[in-house]
Design a protein around this ligand. Structure first.
Ligand code: FE
Length: 292
């Protein structure tokens, strides 16, 4: 745990361009979840492709989990707030996701994995973010890391905001993962009522926040719980200032856009239709996810 020494001094905060209510859906073998970042926002929030929020104390909503399924062309970042989920994949990795831990999986040229709950009752809550890969990295060898909560870099600001730096850098603290091309920033903020939090952001990076407890405001606009706020890129803004009206928990996410065509078919995200057909045929042939 670090105490932030420096004030990053955002001189002009971004404002809220749009508030988004997620869509209730189900995925895997019937896991109920809220899709916060949907396909129609992929261009606007490039390089991010999807954000799902799941949270339930009803086992029927999660018990079936996500049996074996493939991915190619992007990265999945799973942040488990409560509950336990066991991951197994075709690259031979196995990991238990639990209690504030993060699993970062770069699918690259292909992974087949399963994510199965390891509990029969109680609360299961977390998030899965999909981060796109540049065309030059989509067919890279898969990469995988598990971070237990204690292993994630953290800091507390002078205002008492507790920050977990999952990716990127905040107040001089480097995240668990850094990415050169997308420069992904992924912060979990626990904000006491009345506190403010400043984060510098490059003007061309796309950024959004998701409030999962309490209520915050940005440039005078209130963001209610379970809302995503897309932040503007316009003007001279050099960051964002978030003010907590109540105790609040917020994910702040940003990244440098890839500005490449996006071709998606379910769990495959490539640049062209032909590459999607190739992924489907490799999956059918059993060559996707083969280690070589
Ligand atoms: Fe998956």
């Amino acid at each position: 745990m670090n105490t932030a020494q420096t004030n990053p001094a955002v001189t002009h905060s971004r404002s809220v361009e749009q508030l988004i209510v997620g869509q209730a859906t189900s995925d895997g073998a019937g896991v109920k979840l809220t899709r916060v970042l949907t396909q129609n926002l992929q261009q606007r929030l490039d390089p991010f492709l999807m954000l799902d929020a799941f949270g339930s104390d009803n086992p029927d909503d999660y018990i079936a989990g996500f049996p074996d399924h493939p991915h190619r062309g992007f990265e999945t970042i799973t942040y488990m707030i409560a509950g336990r989920m066991l991951h197994r994949d075709s690259a031979g990795n196995e990991g238990l996701l639990q209690n504030g831990g993060v699993q970062w999986m770069t699918a690259g040229k292909g992974v087949i994995h399963s994510e199965i709950p390891q509990q029969e009752e109680g609360v299961m809550e977390g998030f899965q973010l999909w981060l796109n890969l540049h065309s030059s990295e989509k067919m890279n060898v898969p990469w995988y890391r598990d971070f237990q909560n204690e292993a994630l870099p953290k800091l507390v600001t002078a205002q008492g905001v507790a920050v977990t730096v999952i990716a990127g850098e905040s107040h001089g603290v480097k995240g668990a993962v850094t990415r050169d091309i997308t420069q992904a920033l992924y912060l979990d903020l626990h904000m006491p009522a009345g506190s403010r939090f400043e984060q510098l952001l490059a003007a061309d990076h796309n950024a959004f926040l998701y409030v999962y407890r309490g209520e915050v405001s940005v440039a005078g606009k209130v963001i209610a719980p379970q809302r995503m706020a897309i932040l503007t890129n316009r003007g001279e803004a050099d960051g964002v200032v978030i003010e907590a009206g109540t105790d609040a928990r917020v994910l702040l996410i940003s990244g440098r856009p890839l500005k490449e065509p996006i071709a998606q078919y379910g769990p495959f995200v490539m640049n062209t239709k032909e590459e999607i057909y190739q992924a489907m045929s490799d999956f059918r042939d059993g060559t996707l996810g083969e280690s070589s």
